[in-house]
Design a binder for this molecule. Structure first.
Ligand code: AP5
Ligand code: MG
Length: 213
């Protein structure tokens, strides 16, 4: 099963992807997590990406398309995948269409987590993240439940980066939703409520569309 998680910064993509990964045993491919891993490792790409992420801007389409092309060709993707954070622009969406067709794959669902801006800001301002495994936690969480690492704030969750992230999402990423709506793939999910309530909505949306393969 190939799933695409779509939604604004802080809408809960990572949180729900983590549940889907555990439930279906397919990889969670999060382009933001991949970039942060490059930054942490100090690679040339990480050094190039660091100021872009810190400012809440987007890394170039060319780089991001290259990253996703390599990742979807890895052997762990043969049984399906959950993509989170890509595509964020129309050129990325068009490149992904080409790649999926080259791979002989299609998306079963695009899961759109719909959350209003006020709630996004509230969630992002308090979010804690594990620097080791990148799992996200609600405000005031202290250590990672998976590996015990002390949690930290994400650099782009600081107030000065959050607004630009939401603005660029509205400008460049909202049109991507229309791209998939045209293909009849989008399930719009109310992203307000508890994590468990949203999980139930996500699973119901996947269930409507068919079986695992
Ligand atoms: P990325 O890491 O993808 O960030 P994002 O899209 O801004 O999304 P977030 O990870 O902030 O939010 P989320 O939806 O995953 O929410 P979460 O589950 O954590 O990208 C980062 C950057 O990388 C970009 O800004 C860009 O610079 C670059 N980049 C990445 N991909 C790119 C691309 N394709 N092209 C160009 N540049 C790219 O939840 C948020 C918080 O809320 C958490 O604390 C969580 O615990 C909490 N929470 C979640 N659900 C609930 C709930 N129901 N109730 C209460 N709290 C909840
Ligand atoms: Mg995320």
């Amino acid at each position: 099963m190939n799933l695409l998680l779509y939604g604004a910064p802080g809408s809960g993509k990572g949180t729900q992807a983590n549940m889907l990964r555990a439930r279906y045993g397919i990889p969670h491919i999060a382009t933001g997590d991949m970039l942060r891993a490059e930054i942490a490792a100090g690679t040339p790409l990480g050094r190039q990406a660091q100021p872009i992420l810190a400012a809440g801007q987007y890394v170039s389409d060319e780089i991001m398309i290259g990253i996703i092309r390599n990742r979807l060709r890895q052997p762990d993707c043969t049984g399906g995948f959950i993509i989170d954070g890509f595509p964020r622009t129309i050129p990325q969406a068009e490149a992904l269409d080409v790649l999926m067709s080259e791979l002989g794959r299609h998306f079963h669902r695009v899961l759109y987590l719909k959350v209003d801006t006020e709630l996004l800001l509230k969630r992002l301002s308090g979010r804690m993240v594990c620097p080791t495994c990148q799992r996200t936690y609600p405000p005031a969480s202290v250590t990672c439940a998976e590996d015990g690492t002390p949690l930290a704030q994400r650099e782009d969750d600081k107030a000065e980066a959050v607004r630009p992230r939401i603005e660029i999402y509205l400008q460049k990423t909202v049109p991507v939703l229309e791209h998939y709506r045209g293909e009849g793939l989008v399930s719009e999910i109310d992203g307000r409520g508890t994590i468990e309530e949203i999980t139930q909505r996500v699973l119901a949306a996947i269930g409507q569309n068919g079986q695992l393969n």
